[in-house]
Design a protein around this ligand. Sequence first.
Ligand code: EPU
Length: 429
Amino acid sequence: MEKIVIVGGNRLVGDVNISGAKNAAVAIIPAAILAQDICRIENIPNISDVNMMIRILHQMGAEVKMINKNTYEIDTRNIVSHIIPNELTKHLRASYYLIGALLGRFHKACVAMPGGCDFGVRPIDQHIKGFELLGASVSIEENAMVDVTAERLTGCPVYLDVVSVGATANIMLAAVKAKGLTVIEQAAKELHIVDLANFLNLMGADVRGAGTDVIKIRGVEKLHGCTYSIIPDQIEAGTFMVAAAATGGDVLIKNVIPKHLESITAKLVECGVVVEDGDDCVRVVAKGRLTRCNLKTMPHPGFPTDMQPQMTVLLAGADGTSIISEGVWDNRFRYVEQLARMGASIKVDGKIAVVEGVEQLKGAPIKAGDLRAGAAMVIAGLCAKGTTEIENIDHIDRGYEDVVEKFAALGADIKRVNTPEPESMAEVG
Ligand code: EPU
């Protein structure tokens, strides 16, 4: 068991390089199944969710060559099985993309229900609706395997009832080789939807409109291999921006697309932070106490829900009362009880949190409840007076490459320590 130990109070100063986008990588890697060829994918973040997806492809029969820690060549010609066992997929939300990709290639898929962070109910009804409209029949078996088969896939209009990132991408994957035109209405506009569409098009697909709420996919017979570089991670960049701001720091955040960070920049500026855009970097400078703001998370281009916990930490130490509304997930404030242990004053009522800024957070032993909550706990530890010990850090490693090393290089007093397993566990082995 490992934990992260932080002695708070250091301003973050210096440069940090942002890795490739997790949520693009976990869609693009399974999309390579559709190519039946070799894809070279660059700027893949070295994080556990991505490594799990690569392992799954390898176990399916793909040849996976690591060129360096962020570049892989994936040859999907020899994949034969459309069945993926539960133990591989149960911790990974993005395993649902294997359904769309296998359906597109083999017209059948049998994949366990996806896992991932727990924010209350996470249905996949819109994915299923899309597959059915394309001509597939879908059943969920007793052992929670999703079984999808289609004699043929035929393009069709799909009107999503909710704006869903996963359903939009999954329907794109299933439709790129279907016969005719698929039109997804009320599509998600997230940056990784555009990145996935660019990757599919480079493989020979005909996907138009990604980044708007209507995506048109004209089916093609065959796709081919390509070389592709994944976009920088908006949320990792945002996490470092907020950490820099919350610690009163001065950090140059490199390898980013500043336009992708506009919604985050706007909120930081509202709190009194100076953000300067460069060509492929942003500099974040904060001095003195930051001020309150209100915040509502929304699908892109709104403020990202995956930045909500990190901003809550910043506002927990800002001057005044902030109101945060969660507009995407039903239950994404569970981490607040950990912040309360650090002296934060936050009241949650359903999807709204009222944050009364306190003078300073205090170090405490806390737990990372999920990926972004874990990132927020790290920021809280960096700002707090005294020592913070964070448990359950495997959640953080799912989505942040070299998180401890990157913060330490900016001057944080942060380290990863091994904790002995409780004796009873050690005996069990
Ligand atoms: N929804 C449905 N039915 C569906 C699908 C979604 O009702 O079939 C609802 C959800 O319950 C939710 C809303 O629609 O209320 C949005 O869900 P969406 O499908 O967009 O989320 P997702 O695809 O499961 C991705 C990211 C999440 C991120 C959300 C929202 C990946 C692998 N995950 O999840 O990222 O929070 O979009 O932007 O891309 C993270 O990176 O930490 C993370 C949780």
